[in-house]
Design a protein around this ligand. Structure first.
Ligand SMILES: [Zn+2]
Length: 482
């Protein structure tokens, strides 16, 4: 427009032919400019995407996961729990399956079973499978594989409840493997785009006091309010799937009904606002973040409000101009060994086994049984780290366990390149993953919470450097890999 206007003024009352010629030239220039935009979109058109959903709500009143203090099984449901699969394939045929589930977590044993089945049935390599749990505290207890091996149960389940939990877990892992296959069957040409916004209800929950760090809102503590959004459109530009993330515990609720907590509501609201869309939620590094306000009496109302806040952020992000995401897809998944603090000796454990604190007692009894059966208590943990690169447009890092916010903040500082999406609760949920700072500070996430896991004690402060170094190594790998 500007160029054309300048040209016309220079022409003054020049001939109509010159005006028409300049107009035609401008049209050609505009057409070329327009063509150069679809050149990039054309490569995005090479994507194939498929999405599928499975209902995983237990059909029986099962024991619920997340709070040790619950005294009875579930009594009903607010809405269904889901496992969802999104399968993406780039122009070269590289694939990625993202599975999200309304569960407290999926451990390594179940992830490996699913990865094995998915590889055997659909030829999708384990490194191309990302499994993330929303960490809702209103879902069922799934197989307590590691914890129940010596006949112990962290939740103190009866033998009948353990059988029920195992049977549910068998059906669950089969449903998850099948839902990946269903998504593959539904693959069709797609366009991908990325954007993000912010939501503010996550608040740091580690408040320093004279008696140490306590679980309480801490306005000055670190937070990551980013809401990353990946939009998958069909070839005509109609949205088919929206993946979004947030770094905050799904702990608004603590009652006896199955519910996806705020992520479950956020997915519902996104699907209502974008009819025909399947919404998937990826939990971020929210281990030391809680949704606030958080009160017992209005819990469900607050949960819906947090869900609305997150869905609003997703909608706001999409009202901007999402950036097209091109391939190629590159994935890497490797284990790293994390060192644990020196395990307690037998005498110490025997003392702890007499404790009035039933969790300290249970934990000590478990470790004593482990010592007896295996002759030793493990001093390390094998921890999976996954990186997914979408060309030069998006990088995803998926970390296992309950990862504190320091990791996403540090990685966002250090990895300057494509937009970075950091997920926690991925591929193995087993306990907390503190930063060096939090190991030194102590408190629940620093090591206290290990009492509720099969691990003997806190991680060494080296945990942060070891995990971050592996992330950097895999980021280099997906950069240079052809
Ligand atoms: Zn948690």
């Amino acid at each position: 427009m500007n160029a054309k206007g300048a040209h016309a003024s220079r022409c003054g009352a020049g001939t109509w032919r010159r005006t028409v010629l300049s107009f035609l030239l401008a049209v050609v220039v505009c057409a070329l400019a327009v063509c150069s935009v679809p050149a990039r979109a054309a490569s995005a058109d090479q994507w194939q995407a498929g999405v599928a959903t499975a209902v995983i709500t237990p059909d029986q009143p099962m024991w619920m996961a997340g709070y040790a203090a619950r005294t009875k099984p579930a009594e009903g449901k607010v809405h269904d729990l889901h496992a969802k699969a999104l399968v993406l394939q780039d122009a070269q045929g590289n694939r990625l399956a993202i599975v999200t589930a309304d569960l407290l977590g999926i451990d390594r044993t179940m992830r490996d079973w699913i990865a094995n089945q998915v590889e055997r049935r659909y030829r999708l390599a384990p490194k191309d499978l990302l499994i993330n749990a929303s960490h809702t505290h209103s879902g069922p207890v799934i197989r307590e594989s590691a914890y129940s091996i010596y006949g112990h149960s962290f939740y103190n389940l009866t033998p009948e409840q353990l059988v029920q939990s195992d049977a549910y877990s068998d059906r669950l892992q089969e449903k998850i493997a099948a839902v990946v296959g269903e998504a593959i069957e539904k693959m069709a040409p797609a366009k991908l785009s990325y954007t993000h916004a912010r939501a503010g209800f996550a608040m740091n929950r580690r408040r320093p006091t004279a008696r140490g760090v306590i679980n309480s809102p801490h306005a000055d503590g670190p937070v990551d309010h980013d809401v990353p959004v990946l939009r998958i459109d069909d070839a005509e530009g109609k949205p088919r799937a929206i993946v979004f993330g947030y770094a905050c515990h799904a702990t608004t609720l603590s009652f006896y009904d199955y519910c996806g907590d705020y992520p479950g509501f956020a997915k519902e609201y996104v699907e209502q606002r974008f009819p025909g869309v399947t919404a998937l939620f990826i939990a971020g590094c929210g281990a030391d973040q809680n949704p606030y306000p958080r009160t017992a009496d209005r819990a469900l109302d607050l949960c819906r409000e947090h869900g609305h806040a997150l869905a609003n952020a997703v909608e706001a992000a999409l009202q901007g101009v999402p950036k097209p995401v091109s391939g190629p897809l590159r994935t890497a998944l490797e284990d790293v060994t994390l060192d644990l603090a020196e395990p307690p000796g037998k005498e110490t454990l025997e003392q702890q086994a007499k404790s009035d604190n039933k969790y300290e007692k249970l934990h000590a009894e478990f470790l004593l049984a482990q010592l007896e059966h295996e002759g030793r208590i493990p001093a390390t943990y094998t921890y999976p780290v996954q990186v997914v690169r979408f060309g030069d447009d998006l990088l995803m890092v998926a970390l296992a366990g309950e990862v504190v916010v320091d990791y996403s903040l540090r990685l966002k500082r250090e990895l300057t390149g494509p937009p970075l999406w950091v997920a926690g609760y991925s591929n193995d949920v087993f306990g907390y993953v503190p930063s060096a700072r939090i190991v030194h500070e102590g408190g629940y996430e620093g090591g206290g919470a290990m009492l509720y896991t099969p691990l003997p004690g806190p991680f060494q402060p080296s945990v942060e450097e070891v995990v971050v170094a592996k992330v950097h190594e895999l980021v280099q790998q997906v950069k240079t890999e052809q």
